[in-house]
Design a protein around this ligand. Structure first.
Ligand SMILES: *Cc1c(COP(=O)(O)O)cnc(C)c1O
Length: 370
């Protein structure tokens, strides 16, 4: 029998009957968007779940990045990581800000805080780190640098839904954090996202900015954008929130099985859990040491593909390698050796809540059996 393709991810979907019930309610109320009941309920429910004071919902995970930069009037240069999804740096470019790339810490894949200070210039206004794969950045060290130089910190926390450090939600770090609820993420609203802020005044300002800058029927206080999430996806999001813990637990079990099997495979390394951290197991990256493993990363990647097991080379190529950014001085290969090493060796294995025993065995058979 022809084997089915194992995809790298599979979305968390709400119960269809429950969703239909909520749709019926929306149909009867005829309120589809603009801060409706489900939108308000989801903002409140997410703030509670994520252990943060205020959540501003958005229609995707890129608009909160753009809006955070606008809201804090960030300009000049912003220090960031090349080891991420392009949206991180694109948000700077769209705001006319010059990204300055700093190398990563190979222990986490996140920006190396010890290399940030050397990249600061008189034009630097902010730091935009990413909690890559949901692994928390060293938020204490980053904040200390920001305080010393008077810089803002905006975390791209698109991967870090539900991640906690010593019982505190990771989204409390920095001035603001952004989330993505894209279909491929741990928690999704089909498309969607959020900006997490720490006080009511900022929450209000963001709510104006995501609605064209309208502060009243006839008052526009700033050149805002349309970033609003609608009632249909807010209702969908409420239902998915009820099952996200079970999905994370299912992902944890997959991660444990992967780790147990891969620990003895020479030339393959991976991340273990960090002490005191509640992880969300959003991705399962492995790193191939071609010499020790006896096969290159790409050879393994294509061998997987031939066997209908789809991995992803996240994040290869580095953002700094794309034509938009390649000419920047900080994009030079010599400036980012560790990020290049990681990008050149990574494969994200299939990881989702419904991955079953048979699927896991198929994945492991390919990686373990050279
Ligand atoms: C997914 C993602 C985004 C963008 O989110 P969208 O909802 O797809 O717009 C931004 N940054 C990172 C690191 C991401 O992985």
């Amino acid at each position: 029998m022809e084997k089915e393709t194992i995809t790298v991810t599979s979305p968390l979907l709400p119960n269809l009957e429950e969703f239909q019930e909520l749709l019926r309610d929306i149909w009867s109320k005829k309120w589809l968007t603009n801060n409706g009941e489900y939108h308000k309920r989801l903002e409140k429910a997410l703030a509670e779940y994520l252990k943060v004071p205020y959540v501003c919902l958005f229609t995707n995970g890129t608009l909160p990045l753009l809006t955070a930069l606008q809201a804090m009037r960030i300009s000049g240069e912003v220090i960031t990581t090349p080891y991420s999804f392009v949206a991180t740096t694109h948000s700077l470019w769209w705001n006319g800000i010059k990204p300055v790339f700093v190398d990563i810490d190979p222990a986490t894949g996140n920006i190396d805080p010890d290399k940030i200070e050397a990249a600061i210039t008189p034009k630097t206004t902010a730091i935009m780190p990413v909690h890559v794969y949901g692994k928390p950045c060293d938020t204490v060290k980053i904040q200390a640098i920001a305080d010393k130089y008077g810089l803002k910190v905006i975390y791209d926390a698109a991967h870090a839904f539900g991640v906690e450090v010593d019982g505190t939600g990771i989204l409390n770090a920095g001035d603001m954090s952004t989330l993505s609820f894209h279909a491929t993420k741990v928690y999704n609203t089909v498309e969607g996202g959020a900006l997490v802020v720490h006080d009511e005044k900022t929450k209000k300002r963001i709510d104006y900015l995501k609605n064209f800058g309208f502060a009243g029927e006839t008052e526009v206080i700033a050149p805002g954008i349309n970033g609003k999430m609608d009632e249909v996806r807010s209702a969908y999001g409420l239902l998915n929130l009820k099952q996200v813990d079970a999905a994370i637990e299912a992902r944890r079990k997959v991660a444990m099985k992967y780790r147990n099997a891969l620990r003895t495979v020479e030339g393959i390394s991976f991340f273990d859990d960090m002490p005191g951290v509640r992880h969300n197991y959003s991705y399962f990256p492995i790193f191939v040491d071609a010499e020790k493993y006896g096969m290159t990363r790409d050879a393994l990647y294509f061998k997987m593909r031939d066997a209908k097991v789809l991995g992803r080379r996240y994040f290869y190529p580095l953002i700094s390698e794309f034509s938009t950014y390649r000419g920047l001085p900080s994009a030079a290969r010599e400036n980012l050796p560790l990020a290049h090493k990681m990008a050149d060796s990574v494969i994200c294995l299939p990881m989702y809540h419904t991955l079953n025993e048979e699927d896991i065995c198929r994945v492991l058979d390919i990686v373990c059996d050279k």
